[in-house]
Write a protein that binds this ligand. Structure first.
Ligand SMILES: C[S@@+](CC[C@H](N)C(=O)[O-])C[C@H]1O[C@@H](n2cnc3c(N)ncnc32)[C@H](O)[C@@H]1O
Length: 303
């Protein structure tokens, strides 16, 4: 991993940069946070201490945070998760290409990327999340690297990755923080590299209902509240910071509708995911449907 100082981007040697900034290694994990930066949103879940690992079954950290990382459809599974929900990555086969996941938590997308042939690195400000991700990767026999760090100050040299991916992370950031993170995505991508970012759409039917019911269209109250983006605004900002951008549907009626997780969901949620998938396929033909999806992907190519 080509690590640099998140403050001045000079190379790190034994955790110290050329300007003398020092970063600890905790339990073998590089912790590359910048203390003077105000936090974005709280780490997922309220796990005070990393629970000890289990020999078999699902990691207890994942059992506790599953509702926070995967959303409302998964809340009934807290402490009762029978299997790891590993989603399908909507990217071509990796063939060894480098993949960065920003906001990786316990690493479900890094596992998906490794299984798709990428060489994944995950970054998250939550040390406990990263420690759990390392345990999960080891348990599942997957090669993935993890560091603790912040999307707004990625500790990687310019043009380090072929693909940068982020899911359910920037939708919780203030707009200014998200723009700083988009700049970083463009910086660490190789020329011709691709970013894939999931966001919540301002004009999704469920999004509109949530904004009306939960906050009467007022500004978010907590750091974790979802920030909704207009699709054209999202496209414009990514185009100016990363490169040509195309929007596609992730899903309708909810955030994080994963067909790969159907077996984990009760009938009423399975119906939501099936309906979402049917509309996603329809949007492949009737493109304007993308503008009213609840969860969208923005795919950008760095020039
Ligand atoms: C809803 S969880 C999603 C986790 C993962 N992407 C997934 O889909 O399973 C949001 C994640 O964003 C991380 N996060 C919060 N602030 C961040 C920041 N400034 N930079 C990178 N990740 C951040 C949190 O720690 C948390 O793990």
């Amino acid at each position: 991993m080509n690590l640099v100082c998140p403050r001045d981007r000079t190379p790190l040697r034994d955790g110290v940069c050329e300007q003398g900034h020092e970063y600890p290694l905790v339990d073998g994990v590089p912790v590359l946070l910048v203390d003077e930066e105000a936090p974005t949103h709280a780490a997922c879940g309220k796990v005070e201490q990393l629970p000890p690992p289990v020999r078999e079954g699902i990691d207890p950290f994942v059992q506790e945070v599953i509702g926070a990382t995967c959303g409302r459809l998964y809340e009934h599974l807290i402490a009762d998760l029978p299997d790891y929900p590993i989603p399908e990555l909507r990217l071509p086969a990796g063939e060894g290409r480098t993949f960065l996941e920003v906001g990786s938590n316990w690493g479900r997308w890094c596992v998906a990327a490794a299984r798709r042939g990428y060489a994944p690195t995950g970054i998250d400000p939550s040390l406990k999340g990263v420690q759990a991700a390392r345990r999960v990767a080891e348990q599942l026999g997957v090669d993935a690297q993890y560091v603790v760090g912040d999307a707004r100050r990625l500790p990687f040299a310019d043009a380090s990755f072929d693909v940068v991916f982020s899911y359910s992370v920037f939708q919780h950031f203030s707009k200014l923080d998200a723009l700083a993170a988009f700049d970083e995505l463009g910086r660490v991508l190789k020329p011709g590299g691709q970013s894939l970012v999931q966001m919540a759409n301002l004009y999704g039917a469920r999004s509109l209902w949530n904004q009306a019911r939960e906050r009467r269209f007022r500004e978010p109250r907590t750091l974790f509240d979802v920030r909704y983006w207009g699709p054209l605004e999202l496209k414009r900002e990514l185009e100016s910071r990363v490169g040509p951008t195309r929007l596609s549907v992730d899903g309708f009626f909810t955030l994080n509708p994963q067909p790969t997780d159907l077996a984990l969901l009760p009938a009423r949620y399975r119906a939501v995911v099936h309906a979402s998938e049917a509309l996603r396929r329809a949007a492949g033909v009737v493109r304007p449907l993308t503008l009213v999806a609840d969860s969208v992907y923005a795919r950008s190519r760095r020039g």
